[in-house]
Design a binder for this molecule. Sequence first.
Ligand code: B1M
Length: 215
Amino acid sequence: MHEEQFNAMRQSIVEGAPDGAREAASQALALGIDPLDAINQGFVPGLNRIGEQFNRGEVFLPDLVMAGEAMKAAVAVLEPEMQKRGTQRQVLGKVVLGTVKGDIHEIGKSLVSTLLTASGFQVFDLGVNVPIDSFAEKAREVQADLVGVSALLTTTMQGQRSVVEALDRHGLRPRVKIIVGGAPVSRDWAEKIGADGYGQDAMAAVALAKSLVQK
Ligand code: B1M
């Protein structure tokens, strides 16, 4: 079902075509496709494909950049619908979120931000390439319940450990919980660095955040 539409979504990312991605996202909404299904079954597989091609040296950095731009264009169309579907009045907790220093990958982090917001969390999104101490400083300023740190590179994963250490140094733990995620991150890694949890994807991050604020 909707395989043709999912193909068009994948193709718009592989071609790095923001207009095509916008159009495919609008069509998905018009056809009643769940925006999260559009992301997970349509657009993300396109990103995975371009990532593999990049690995094999078949495409180059500008192609990755354009694929990222196309993905952002699609998410911008789908985001209002995701927000609407998850709207809740009660604030479940405050989350400080960002992609760690040295890392500018923003798409996954922004998806986590959107779904947390849609699920009732107040999110303070610090963006990408966030200095280690900024997580702790913002958490103190807004009295956050959770800090979320995204990393997409094996080199920047180490920064997640540094954020855990910074929260300790600032005396914020164990009150403030820390969750980590991103493609190279695993549950084992989260345990190893003393984080409170690992989210494999944006939905898992929301479930984890809910369980941590209930504790
Ligand atoms: Co880059 N990149 N990239 N890239 N990029 C990867 C990550 C890579 C795997 C590609 C590859 O080689 N196959 C590779 C990393 C290798 C490694 O370290 N293991 C790589 C590389 C090498 C690089 C550069 C070093 C390339 C270069 O310059 N030579 C460079 C680094 C720049 C830097 O950060 N300093 C670079 C640059 C870029 C672009 C800027 C061009 C662009 C990003 C554009 C942007 O974000 N605006 C880009 C892209 C697009 C990718 C790929 C193709 C796609 C990433 C993405 O957006 N995925 C990626 C290959 C791939 O992942 N298949 C790749 C979709 C997104 C929805 O998934 O981000 O995993 P993801 O997020 C998921 C989960 O991981 C999870 O939930 C999300 C939603 O389900 N999650 C969390 C994420 N954060 C979470 C936090 C949580 C919980 C869950 O709690 C807090």
